[in-house]
Write a protein that binds this ligand. Sequence first.
Ligand SMILES: Nc1nc2c(ncn2[C@@H]2O[C@H](COP(=O)(O)OP(=O)(O)OP(=O)(O)O)[C@@H](O)[C@H]2O)c(=O)[nH]1
Length: 265
Amino acid sequence: MSENFSNLAVMPDVQSSYDPRQIAIQRVGIRKVKSPLLIKQEAEQVQASVGEWTLTVYLPESEKGTHMSRFVSLLANYRQTAMDVSVFKQMANEMLTLLNAEKGDITVTFPYFINKKAPVSGVESLMDYQVTWQANASKESIEFVMTVVVPVMSLCPCSKAISAYGAHNQRSHITVEVVSEQIYSMDDVIKLIEKQASSELWGLLKRHDEKYVTEYSYDNPKFVEDLIRDVAVAIKTLPGIQRYKIEAENFESIHNHSAYAVIEG
Ligand SMILES: Nc1nc2c(ncn2[C@@H]2O[C@H](COP(=O)(O)OP(=O)(O)OP(=O)(O)O)[C@@H](O)[C@H]2O)c(=O)[nH]1
């Protein structure tokens, strides 16, 4: 590229001009940006993932445009940094400074992997979970919101009660959004949610494990209502929890639609 960046000084900066319409914009920026992400884990381990990012700021009524290129530079600056919640909040703070903004939000959604042991054989495999971190920043404070999507199994109590043998069962997604001053371990929250299901899932199961999972889920039948209430009871035990939203979606195996429930607290 033969671009001479000194020419930038003589280029009109349209974004910085005055806007006569006098309408503020609550959020403007970039979204659906895929960028590598390093996640700091316990015991100083780092997990490599890929994030889908949204970065926005509040734009006052007098300003025509924001500085889109600066969001991308910010992302690039953090590409090699092992992220934890405090680094993520620091990134949100830096965005406000870089964009001269009063307020701004950063959201990143990424696959997070946990190494699990099968229940009988103990064979190890990875399970992936979708995690979202959101920082809602202002000059005074930063709110951190964590969302996890945990796939589990649910087995229908009605089907079990009325059938001579068997019971329909399906994969379910439990989505939990939590807001707290405290920083929760992603692994702990995911495990807490999994324990409420008819059965948790594993990436790899041998025949002994499969028998165990089949019988365990048969002994733990749950309607979508049971599932979501049990998750709510568990989530309420998290220390310092300020707000939560739980969704349970059962991808019914006897219907071509889902059973669905929401609890907010
Ligand atoms: N604000 C804004 N910029 C856009 C949009 N679409 C594309 N851009 C472009 O984003 C590019 C980068 O914008 P800036 O960050 O203001 O670029 P810059 O002026 O070179 O950089 P700074 O001096 O750091 O502000 C420009 O080429 C804009 O035209 C849009 O909808 N809004």
